[in-house]
Design a protein around this ligand. Structure first.
Ligand SMILES: C[S@@+](CC[C@H](N)C(=O)[O-])C[C@H]1O[C@@H](n2cnc3c(N)ncnc32)[C@H](O)[C@@H]1O
Length: 200
């Protein structure tokens, strides 16, 4: 499934998603944990930010100037109405050209939708736009080897891909980051939270 198709599917389920996430703290304990590693609180990027904005809320409270990117027009519309102070870009992270570097980058349950062949280049891009000492928090499939699967959400089909845990770790190291934290946070689901830091 292409990122464009993923975006159209999220457009179709945006109202359902926003309703489901209303008042949710999903992922916030991981974000708080990532913040403990962040020396500087200047700029933050949320990749696949969605429309609900709980990550922006915490990042703004922590003094960050926030940027978001999402491939779904409907999700972004909602984010715009809730967070007019955030710089929001309607774009696919695979082709988006970031305007600056960041002290913190989050990609919570978003890059796991990328086509498998885009996982490594996107991870390379995210590591490249982290400031030295900057922190990257993302989620990915906690499987043994690279692969793609399809799943259903709110009546729509979505695709998911993963480099496998060792594939993610290998990329992070090659792209100049050190692993700080890895957690199978929804076991027995193969959902993994990764926190890494750009080497100074
Ligand atoms: C499961 S939602 C998560 C939204 C938000 N991170 C949250 O936790 O509430 C996945 C989001 O990632 C976005 N997304 C998926 N693929 C993307 C891509 N290639 N570029 C940018 N955004 C993408 C979707 O449009 C959707 O808003």
């Amino acid at each position: 499934m292409t990122p464009h198709e993923t975006g159209r599917n999220y457009d179709a389920i945006a109202a359902w998603w926003l309703d489901r996430m209303n008042g949710s703290d999903y992922g916030l304990s991981a974000l708080q944990h990532a913040l403990t590693f962040a020396d500087r609180h200047r700029t933050a990027l949320d990749v696949g930010c969605g429309g609900e904005g709980r990550f922006f809320r915490v990042l703004l409270e922590n003094g960050f100037q926030c940027t978001g990117v999402d491939v779904s027009e409907k999700m972004l519309e909602s984010a715009r109405s809730r967070f007019p102070q955030v710089a929001l870009h309607l774009a696919d992270i695979c082709t988006w050209i970031p305007p600056e570097k960041y002290d913190l980058i989050t990609a919570w349950d978003s890059t796991f939708h990328l086509p498998l062949e885009s996982q490594e280049p996107v991870l390379q891009k995210l590591c490249a736009i982290l400031n030295k000492g900057g922190v990257l928090l993302f989620t990915g499939g906690g499987v043994e080897s690279p692969g793609e699967i399809r799943g259903e959400m709110a009546g729509r089909e979505f695709s998911y891909s993963s480099l496998g845990v060792s594939g993610f770790l290998d990329c992070l190291e090659r792209f100049g980051c050190s692993m700080l934290y890895l957690n199978y946070d929804q076991w027995p689901e193969r959902h993994v939270t990764f926190i890494a830091r750009k080497n100074p």
